[in-house]
Write a protein that binds this ligand. Structure first.
Ligand code: ZN
Length: 134
């Protein structure tokens, strides 16, 4: 597979408004958009930095995956996403290599991306997302 670059770093936060201040007021970056991803029970704030972005993830429900993450581990880096040229091909290659996947097939992510997660047992504990964008 061809990894192009780090697409984004997903950071679990209790609240986008509060957490976003560090990125905007201190670092001088800009929150470009905030999107609700209903199926993940999350709001996602996009903070572009050159070819990559920081994504602040705020749970919208107490039982959402980001809320559960924060309950278990506290706020912090939740996943890292690598952009690939062709997600379907990348998944086929990972399956062929016997890599355990959370998503067997591409699904819809924030910002119009197609995404899939690799099981953290395969990556020394890092939740790795691979994604493709048009
Ligand atoms: Zn992501």
């Amino acid at each position: 597979m061809k990894i192009k670059h780090i697409d984004h770093i997903g950071i679990a936060v209790k609240g986008i408004e509060q957490a976003g201040k560090f990125y905007t007021d201190v670092l001088g970056l800009k929150i470009e958009d905030v999107e609700n991803v209903a199926e993940q029970k999350v709001n996602v704030a996009f903070i572009p930095i050159t070819d990559s972005e920081v994504e602040l993830l705020e749970s919208t429900e107490p039982d959402g995956p980001v809320a559960k993450y924060i309950a278990a581990k506290g706020e912090g880096v939740q996943h890292i996403a690598f952009r690939v040229e062709n997600l379907k091909e990348a998944l086929d290659e990972l399956k062929q290599k016997g890599i355990r996947l959370i998503d067997q097939e591409p699904r819809k992510g924030a910002g119009g991306a197609r995404i899939a997660f690799i099981h953290p047992k395969e990556t020394s504990g890092v939740l790795v997302e691979i994604c493709e964008r048009d």
